[in-house]
Write a protein that binds this ligand. Structure first.
Ligand code: KIV
Ligand code: ZN
Length: 512
């Protein structure tokens, strides 16, 4: 009989700890709804005490997202546990996840506690959390570098205090698979009450082994895996959800263990997370990379044409990489458009749906085929417009450039509703546009990155431009799409400037 592993998604908590990946509350709610569609077992919605934004995200997800258990992280401190509960109150299935380190390195240098003090605190905070909710998870942080005998003692004590899940983190991504598997089997053998709790694992990817370590743990009895979409997370990231899920599904023949994930939602979820966080997925990334199902070699193509199983171990359709996106075109109706948006993880209000549909129709008239990426680009623009107050609005743009011309841009922008027009030059057409806009808006920002991506094939593709701008300690990502890449560049830049303005007003105060 097949056994099942719970999927605990921490994209919104550990994933958000990826440098530059911070998300606003609205974006977190959107991702959480998509995670519910994917049917994850647990959503770690945030770290309630860490910032007002995290608190609000946990609170809203608790009220608005149906299906999965909703969890908040809490240090082993009374105020953290209380705050986690306050944020989780509306959730039908709340979980408090509290943690403290158990390794001597952490206890000595960071926590400045003795082993006994840490164990006592762990037990007290699990009991406190248990006073609020039935479902309590405890993590002995840096477990893989903790002395085994002490680790077993702590685990036994927190289970006796009411922990229903014990999560074993490889916090610094130091373990190797055989060793980590043995750690889990050691816990199963040496912790007398281990049958009263689910063993979970939480592996970081510093040595590129997060997925392999998680898998070794599962093969040795772990029944919850903590992971993130696209493997984002602190430093080198966490174990990637899509890899764990697809390994278990594809190799069920020998592992005989599965998850209840609806895999057809994997690809849209990956796209949603990368478009919201601005963290691109590397093209050769397993499962969700652009090249994961692209066959280049003639021999492989020949085999595939004869029979897909020759070189394809996973059906692209099984992760929601639907070839049917080609069908979306000018004959598609509003209903089909809405359904496709839902599959891609977007649920728009009627008003926004109408706006997006109008744009889609215009694009469908210009292009032979409209792909998912085109639709996403349209929606991202609509959504970004709605969420970010538009202090600057790009109205008109014309550019002259060529082999014999000094690149010159004439830009019309509405600034706080007041129309401005300016002409400027630069080293190329994009440089001319950016310098002119920078002068008009008086921005002091630095352009950290500029990338242009033909998001669909062919010369009639939508160009998607992504810029990363920095002003003081604010870093933002702007995106713009258009069939003319200079216009897309200008839109991306103005979009980023509006976000910078917004960020400057809403400084997020993180406690940790
Ligand atoms: O990496 C880690 O140890 C963590 C814990 C808070 C579970 O993220
Ligand atoms: Zn972590």
């Amino acid at each position: 009989m097949t056994d099942f592993v719970k999927i605990f998604d921490t994209t919104l908590r550990d994933g958000e700890q990826s440098p530059g990946a911070s998300m606003n509350v609205e974006e977190k709610v959107r991702i959480a709804k998509q995670l519910a569609r994917l049917d994850v077992d647990v959503i770690e919605a945030g770290f309630a005490i860490s910032s007002p934004g995290d608190f609000e995200a946990v609170r809203r997800i608790s009220h608005e997202v149906e299906g999965p258990v909703v969890c908040s992280l809490a240090r082993a401190k009374p105020e953290d546990v209380d705050k986690a509960y306050e944020a989780l109150k509306g959730a039908p299935k709340p979980r408090i996840h509290t943690f403290i380190s158990t390794s001597d390195i952490h206890l000595k240098h960071q926590f400045r506690m003795t082993r006994e003090e840490a164990k006592k605190r762990a037990v007290e905070m699990v009991s406190r959390a248990k006073g609020y909710v039935d479902d309590v998870e405890f993590s002995p942080m840096d477990a893989s570098r903790s002395e085994r005998g002490y680790l077993y003692e702590v685990i036994e004590a927190v289970i006796a205090a009411g922990a229903t899940t014990v999560n074993i983190p490889d916090t610094v991504g130091y373990a190797i698979p055989t060793e980590f598997g043995e750690l889990i089997s050691g816990i199963k053998k040496n912790v007398s009450n281990i049958d009263k709790a689910v063993i979970s694992v939480h592996c970081h990817n510093d040595l590129g082994l997060a997925v392999a370590n998680s898998l070794a743990a599962v093969m040795n009895g772990a029944r919850q895996v903590e992971c993130t979409i696209n493997g984002i997370g602190e430093r080198a990231g966490n174990a990637s959800l899509e890899e764990i899920v697809m390994i278990l599904r594809t190799r069920r023949d020998i592992l005989n263990i599965d998850t209840k994930i609806i895999t057809e939602h994997i690809h849209p979820t990956s796209r949603l997370v990368s478009s919201i966080t601005g963290i691109m997925v590397q093209p050769n990334k397993a499962i969700v990379g652009d090249n994961a199902f692209a066959h280049e070699s003639g021999i492989h193509q020949d085999g595939l044409l004869k029979d897909k199983t020759t070189y394809e171990i996973i059906k692209p359709e099984s992760i929601g990489l639907s070839r049917s996106t080609l069908v979306m075109g000018k004959h598609s109706g509003r209903h089909a458009f809405k359904a496709r948006l839902k599959e891609l993880g977007y649920e728009l209000s009627d008003e926004n749906l109408n706006k997006a549909f109008e744009k889609f129709k215009v694009l469908a008239d210009q292009k032979k085929e409209v792909f998912d990426e085109d639709i996403e680009a349209i929606v991202a623009e609509e959504i970004l417009r709605i969420e970010i107050p538009e202090r600057f609005r790009l109205d008109k743009l014309s550019v002259a450039s060529g082999t014999e011309t000094v690149p010159t841009a004439t830009v019309e922008i509405a600034i706080d509703g007041k129309q401005e027009k300016e002409t400027g030059t630069g080293d190329g057409p994009v440089d001319a546009v950016y310098k002119t806009i920078a002068k008009m808006t008086g921005t002091k920002s630095k352009l950290l990155r500029y990338s242009v991506n033909a998001i669909t094939g062919g010369t009639d593709a939508q160009g998607e431009v992504t810029v990363r701008l920095q002003e003081n300690d604010h870093i933002v990502l702007g995106q713009g799409a258009h069939t003319d890449i200079i216009v897309a560049s200008a839109r991306a830049y103005v979009n980023a400037l509006n976000k910078l303005e917004h960020k400057k007003k809403e400084r997020k105060e993180r406690v940790v």
